[in-house]
Design a protein around this ligand. Structure first.
Ligand SMILES: [Zn+2]
Length: 434
């Protein structure tokens, strides 16, 4: 798996390097305005590209005094986030030691819940999956049954790689509905009875003894796809086409959640084609009501009422060359393209990624989307625009969930806090065993 990391651009001396991306949610130090000198967390963020460096390299990069750099390296070594990494060539005398970021210092538990399935993965601090488990789950069974499964799986996955709960840096969870990211609570999720207002973060944090972040599944797919495949792209829109339709927006390399966390709710935009189709949200003519796998499945097989396997039903018909299915998928692609053409005008992304179960199995959907976007948008907006299939496939959600947790754990402020009080950190982790 491709490793991707983002770190702060601290000084102009780094301009020869390729990865100088601010982590989403992390303030970028403005030259001339930074009040505090770079702390241990900033120093660690410089090392997230995986390149080994000597003390002298870090003194040059940060402009800090030799003793300060030595102290910060000691602190990072003591918590395992840096490790000695061989010696560099020297022209004479004892060769200087090099240090590198240790992505295995801690692990992250990532979960991606759909309507009918759950996927839990254990990753390292580069969001690389080390172990995973997938299960058929009914999200409508409620939060305690669903999250209880995750807590059980956490211990099995940790045991499978010879680690314990004390090794967890955090947990990231994606849910198939609107989530208030600040509090980790689902907000009136239409297909998740029993979840409205449930304290997902607190419930899991209490049981696993580690910080827990929660977000909407499509936001996390956007984050995962961006960090793995497009880390240098500023503006990207990820569109999930499956049972439902939704989008995640990366703007200025940050996940754009909007004021209430509902940005990217593409499925419930009124489709220009217009329709008297009743949507699950109660409105008529939503994009989701005419172009989702559920809508297509109902159209080509009116007797088919199962919601959960709508993508599979449509893909099976396509595989058989069913003409109604082929026509429906092309038209769905054009419908999605119509709505996305408005997004292109509004957001001017350079990459639109199509993912989700239906998009992943039906390349002709992408053809329909492209056809309309390029026809409807102005040349300035489409000149550099790529409309492409997702690369992370079914792992987009867990990679995004892991990325979210890792970014919080490795944010300079949290690293500094950890080093300022390592005993509290250790005690917190030990508490999880109780
Ligand atoms: Zn709707």
């Amino acid at each position: 798996m491709h490793k991707s990391f983002h770190f702060r651009h601290m000084r102009g001396t780094m301009t020869g390097m390729t990865q100088m991306l601010p982590a989403p949610g992390v303030e970028v130090a403005t030259p001339g305005h930074s009040a505090a000198p770079p702390g241990a967390g900033d120093l660690l963020n410089l090392m997230l590209d995986g390149q080994p460096r000597t003390r002298a390299d870090l003194i040059e990069l940060t402009g800090l005094a030799r003793s300060t750099v030595a102290g910060r390296i000691e602190g990072l070594l003591s918590v395992g986030l840096l490790q000695p990494s061989g010696q560099s060539r020297s022209t004479g005398g004892r060769p200087p030691t090099r240090f590198s970021f240790n992505p295995q210092a801690k692990l992250v538990l990532a979960a991606d819940f759909g309507v009918t399935h759950g996927r839990a993965a254990l990753t390292d601090l580069t969001a690389t999956v080390l172990a995973e488990e997938v299960a058929d789950l009914d999200i409508a069974a409620g939060p305690e049954a669903t999250l209880g499964w995750l807590v059980e799986v956490a211990d099995r996955l940790l045991a499978s790689v010879g680690r314990t709960r004390a090794d967890l840096a955090g947990v990231g969870i994606g849910l198939p509905g609107p989530v208030e990211h600040q509090t980790g609570r689902p907000v009136k999720p239409p297909i998740m009875p029993g979840w409205d207002g449930f304290e997902v973060s607190a419930w899991v944090a209490q049981r696993l003894g580690t910080p827990v972040l929660v977000d909407n599944d499509v936001n996390l797919m956007a984050l995962g796809e961006h960090s793995v495949a497009y880390p240098h792209v500023e503006h990207l829109v990820f569109v999930k086409v499956a049972t439902g339709i939704g989008a995640g927006i990366i703007s200025g390399r940050h996940l754009h959640r909007g004021a209430q966390g509902s940005a990217g709710d593409l499925g419930h935009v009124q489709s220009p084609r217009g329709s008297d189709a009743l949507c699950g949200c109660g409105n008529y003519g939503c994009l989701e009501a005419i172009a989702s796998a559920r809508a297509i499945a109902l159209e080509i097989d009116p007797d088919h009422h199962a919601v959960a396997d709508a993508s599979r039903v449509v893909l099976e018909r396509l595989a058989r060359g069913d003409r109604a299915a082929v026509a429906a998928i092309r038209r769905a692609g054009r419908d999605i393209g119509e709505t996305l053409a408005s997004c292109v005008s509004l957001l001017n992304p350079s990459v639109i990624v199509l993912g989700g179960a239906l998009a992943g199995g039906a390349p002709s959907l992408l053809a329909g989307v492209r056809e309309v976007i390029y026809a409807r948008s102005l040349p300035l907006a489409t000149g550099e625009l790529s409309v492409v299939p997702a690369q992370t496939g079914e792992h987009a959600g867990v990679i995004g969930a892991a990325t979210m947790a890792v970014q919080q754990f490795l944010a300079p402020a949290s690293v500094n806090a950890m080093l300022a009080n390592p005993m509290a950190h250790a005690a917190h982790a030990a508490h999880a065993h109780a």
